[in-house]
Write a protein that binds this ligand. Structure first.
Ligand code: KG4
Ligand code: ZN
Length: 341
């Protein structure tokens, strides 16, 4: 099956062509530089950029896959959750295209797309659902942090999620306190690589609680007070790197410990992770080390598929159609606050 997928839920305009589980093309136009000036995503600007870019990005994806609209057998788009007007651009455009082509249309849940993205690997990327095994999955992005029990393909249950800030948001807010540009996660990762993670002992929120929820707002506050008491630390590159490494260690230890604990409790032999923060090198390394210790299989979203992209949306949509999930109604609307169920 040849399928076109579109993703516009936040600040990436993306289109991908999928054929029989293979990613033929995956074009991503990121707005990060535009929003950086404002220190975060500005919804109106995001919408304007999606309106400007969805057609050229879609044309580029079709061209890169050597596919014309006439070849398409289905169309998919992110239906939610996300910024309402941003979602609307890609969802309505894709829905209209499916209508014009008289092909099935599928609205996809953004987090569900992240959830299955670790099963896409290789170059060119392809889905490897033949290797699927029940797993505990960590989804970590700028807006969400959650642990999910994936019992079987397309059968999952949320175990816990963040009570306040998401892990990515925590990275970004602390990076901002330190004076790093938006989005701070990658910058902090970069500086932390040369710092000492044991230099400062920041709180590991909810680490000792035997639930699967997260809370990162307290960590951010604790770093803010720490910086108020020790402003000179920001003046010195060496101290700054130690600070970044210590903050990162607190976030990573919390994520890894809770993920592994859930896997142990549920008796799964596989752990997966996806979302923007999965690009963090320390998180990747610590998850790998912990899974190796406990002889668990680890599947991390490929570096190119951690951030938002249409390939993961298309792979999931094709999989759903193969599993006879009914197409989305022609008059369906976006679901900006859609909860993963
Ligand atoms: O999944 P994503 O691209 O967008 C959302 O759906 O939110 O995630 C973006 C988040 C941002 O908070 C960004 O700072 C964080 O992922 N991020 C990182 C790294 N790369 C991206 N955080 C820590 N280390 C990184 N290397
Ligand atoms: Zn995302």
């Amino acid at each position: 099956m040849t399928l076109l997928a579109v993703e516009t839920s936040c600040d990436e305009t993306s289109a991908a062509v999928i054929r029989d589980g293979r990613v033929l093309s995956n074009i991503v136009s990121s707005q990060i530089r535009l929003h950086a000036e404002y220190g975060g995503v500005v919804p109106e600007l995001a919408t304007r950029e999606h309106l400007r870019h969805w057609l050229p990005v879609t044309q580029a994806a079709l061209r890169a896959a050597s596919v014309t609209p006439a070849h398409l057998e289905a169309v998919a788009a992110t239906q939610g959750p996300g910024l309402p007007n941003a979602l609307m651009v890609g969802f309505k455009a894709a829905q209209a295209l499916a209508f014009a082509l008289r092909k099935p249309f599928l609205g996809i849940h953004h987090h569900e797309a992240h959830l299955y993205s670790p099963w896409i690997s290789g170059d060119p990327p392809a889905a490897d659902f033949a290797a699927f095994e029940p797993n505990v999955s960590l989804i970590v992005s700028g807006g969400h942090t959650m642990l999910v029990h994936v019992r079987a393909e397309l059968d999952h249950q949320i175990l816990g999620s963040t009570l306040d800030d998401a892990a990515g948001e925590c990275f970004d807010k602390i990076a901002r306190l330190i004076g790093l540009p938006y989005p701070g996660g990658p910058e902090l990762d970069h500086l932390a690589a040369e710092g000492n993670p044991a230099a400062h002992d920041f709180p590991r929120p909810l680490l000792r609680e035997l639930n699967d929820d997260f809370s990162f707002a307290g960590l951010k506050t604790s770093v803010r007070y720490f910086l108020q008491k020790n402003p000179a630390l920001l003046e010195d590159g060496h101290h700054l790197r130690d600070l970044c490494a210590s903050v990162q260690a607190a976030i990573v230890e919390t994520l890894v410990t809770k993920t592994l604990r859930a896997a142990r409790r549920l008796g799964v032999r596989c752990v997966t992770a996806s979302g923007g923060v999965t690009a963090n090198r320390s998180l990747r390394a610590e998850l790998a080390a912990a899974c190796a210790r406990e002889q668990l299989t680890l599947r991390l979203a490929a570096n190119t598929l951690c951030a938002d992209n249409a390939a993961m949306v298309g792979i999931l949509a094709e999989r759903k159609l193969r599993h006879n999930v009914p197409a989305t109604e022609g008059d369906a609307e976006i679901e900006p606050r859609w909860a993963l169920s």
